[in-house]
Design a protein around this ligand. Sequence first.
Ligand code: SF4
Length: 424
Amino acid sequence: MSSLDVILSKAKQLQPLEPHEISRLMALEGPEQQQQLFDAALEVKEKVFGKRILLFAPVYISNECINDCLYCGFRRSNTQLIRRTLSVQETVEEARRLEKEGHRRLLLVSGEKPRKDLVALLEKIIIAVKQNTLIRSIQVNPPPLSVDECQRLSQAGYGNYQVFQETYHWLTYRKVHLTGPKRVYQWRLESAERAVRAGWNSIGMGILLGIFDYRYEIISLLSHVRYLENKFGIGPRTISLPRLRPALGAPLQNAPAPVSDGDFLKLLAILRLAVPYAEVVLSTRESSALRDRALKVGISQMSAGSHTSPGGYSNPAREENESQFYIADHRPLNEIVRELLSGGYLPSFSTVEDGFCQITMKEFIQLSRQGRIRQLVTANGVRSLEGYLEDPSRSEIKSIWLEKREDQFTGLSDGMRREVCLSG
Ligand code: SF4
């Protein structure tokens, strides 16, 4: 067996990979070896999450920001951007539009404000959205919070708490974050640990690819994950690898350390193997063609039909002068659902923590290692998709689903299949 075969066989058994094994995978070249990597990543993804692809949409509540990040259109010194913060009612209106499209999971995004103000605003918005819409899962992308603030939001029942480090390279971090609280590297670095200490059950991690050498970033990110696993017995529920995109008025229009499409796919596959229990997330920053390829290397979650400006769903024209970055995949949600179904995937609007089956992150990791998360997410996926397809305007998509429904159960044992059918 070659050293590559040994690493891939270990990964396929859902065993953690060591940093030197990750380095070996990153150094892979040549189409054959890369295909071996991609095949292994897809096998692991299907072992853990089956065919299910979880869908969500971001809701931007404000593009006002007290920081100055060179890669972002929201940075405070950008005079080209039209600034706006939605009221609670306007945010509910955005959520209603997404609900009408069929979405049930939102990610709230905002430029950074003084933390006290932002936490209070998020609380009001989440309560109002949950009371007035069918949205059931609301994730948040807040600035790094203190343990007390994390506790407050965690007890209020918020979903995944995501803080991306952007870059783990300290000097580069200081160069691209010019002013504001985000400039403090250490405070951001320790945010996941504070959230775990505060009892947050679900955290998201990530880096912004394109700012510094991706090899350094990936090894650092995975070292951070191992640190959390060793110290607390839990790791990230989600991992994201956004690539830098052009943004209105951002000095960094082009990535100083670009990551090619081929390398990007390789990194997604490596993350899938290195942290098999995590949702690997892909946003509409990437083109539809690239996202289709990413489905074959192990991603398990994607945004769909997104706008990246406050009020962008009600007023799409705002994207031009008010958005954080320009998106590359403009397909509406129904088109993405149709294409996922045609490709043999299970588009889902719900995951195990959304309702009927609440489990902790520790249980999630344990169950995924036993290969049992698959039936839970398949059950939720089938149930949520069939709810989406009840709308008569989606009858054409429903007929594709009815043809493909049976395939979703392939590979599940009779017992698991029975559980899926009963749960779903
Ligand atoms: S990346 Fe975030 S913190 Fe930085 S300027 Fe943009 S919105 Fe503000």
